[in-house]
Design a protein around this ligand. Structure first.
Ligand code: AMP
Length: 367
């Protein structure tokens, strides 16, 4: 689907940003480089990574309609760095200004069942899955798919949170309660466990006019459910890389994306590519583009939502991105001293375990 171009917003315009974490921060920095201002809106915006580098910040609840209207009227366009912003919030903002990506796309991306149904509807494979809303349904789903499977909450899971692994002999009731089953609003999905050769992701940027660019597939290695290292480009066959690229572009197009979308995929030992999940925003696995590509993922988001031409995704170097999680950040003096290392810190005051504090990019000669 190809839509009309967005009105071109000139430098000097203000981008509204829903969410105030590191992704918002790095988008605001890219926006500033092009002469745009950023206004952050989030309940936790005060002193946040994004607010530290933005022209203004609104601290208010997602359902504060008055604050949302004032925010929308003070900006020229709205985008987001967190896909779980309530859809009703985005619907309200849209009465006053453009919001990209929009509510339809968000409602798909906020729910693992909606996401997998959408992807399967395009003829794209995922792990086998079943909805499960009590311990009995978990047991039945595991019997059909399993026995090795993963129970996940359908909404609000990230970095491996809200997940429980099941295997022969596991207690479905324990898994169900481990993901918060029984609490109001918690629904579950059981997915077959994929014995993958590697995990890859592709980041696509798309404009309202249908123009689209995609970065090469990268390989992602996780530790304790959290992204640890991204290797760019992924060391997979040309056919696998092309298939991952095709899948990500197909999804972006079918969702009528305006902005940036990351699609995470499993590559099986026989070369099949299965979609795991997607995020309609800049993604941790795209941080390498900040130092290794002609245009980084954050600038692509700015370009897409401001109606500018998308930038070149040319890869100037290969790269390895390593996250600095929790106390890892204390290594900053050594990292600064290491030649060729690009250090990015997010301005977070407290280094809690599992918290993403920054990342480093190491550039490598192009293979
Ligand atoms: P997710 O939150 O769905 O991205 O899951 C976090 C990580 O858990 C993934 O990046 C995988 O390493 C692992 N994982 C999630 N789902 C599965 C699955 N169905 N099979 C195997 N590993 C999985």
């Amino acid at each position: 689907m190809t839509g009309p171009s967005l009105p071109r917003l000139a430098p000097g315009s203000t981008i509204g940003m829903l969410g105030a974490g590191q992704l918002g921060r790095m988008t605001a920095l890219a926006a500033a480089r092009l002469g745009y201002k950023t206004h952050v809106f989030a309940p936790d915006a005060a002193g946040s990574p994004a607010a530290q580098v933005s022209a203004s910040a609104t601290v208010a609840d997602w359902n504060d309609l008055g604050a949302l209207e004032r925010f929308a009227r003070s900006v020229d366009v709205v985008t987001l760095e967190w896909e779980n912003v309530p859809v009703a919030t985005v619907e309200h903002l849209r009465r006053f200004t453009g919001v990209h990506p929009g509510p339809n796309l968000l409602s798909v991306a906020q729910d693992r069942i909606a996401e997998k149904s959408f992807v399967n509807g395009l003829g794209i494979a995922t792990a086998p899955w079943r909805p499960a809303n009590d311990a009995g349904e978990v047991a039945r789903a595991a019997a059909e798919i399993g026995p090795r499977c993963v129970l996940k909450s359908t909404r609000l899971g990230y970095d491996g949170k809200g997940q429980a692994r099941l295997d022969e002999g596991s207690d479905p009731a324990a898994a169900w309660s481990a993901i918060g089953g029984g609490k109001p609003g918690v629904a579950g999905i059981v997915e077959g466990f994929v014995t993958f050769a590697c995990e890859v992701s592709v980041i696509v940027a798309r404009g309202a006019d249908g123009a689209m660019v995609a970065y090469p597939a990268v390989e992602n290695r996780h530790k304790d459910g959290i992204l640890d290292v991204t290797i760019a480009p992924a060391q997979v066959s040309a056919a696998t890389a092309a298939e991952a690229d095709r899948i990500a572009r197909r999804i972006a197009e079918a969702l009528d994306l305006v902005g940036v979308l990351a699609v995470e995929m499993f590559v099986t030992p026989d070369g099949a590519v299965l979609v795991n999940e997607m995020a309609p925003r800049p993604h941790n696995s795209g941080h390498w583009t900040m130092d290794a590509c002609a245009t980084c993922q954050f600038e692509q988001l700015v370009r897409a939502v401001c109606g500018l031409p998308l930038g070149s995704v040319e890869r100037l170097a290969d790269a390895e991105m390593t996250n600095l999680i929790g106390d890892d950040v204390d290594r900053w003096p050594d990292l600064l001293a290491e030649p060729g290392v690009r250090l990015h810190l997010y301005g977070k005051a407290e280094a809690r375990p599992g918290r993403k504090m920054g990342h480093v990019n190491r550039l490598l000669p192009r293979r």
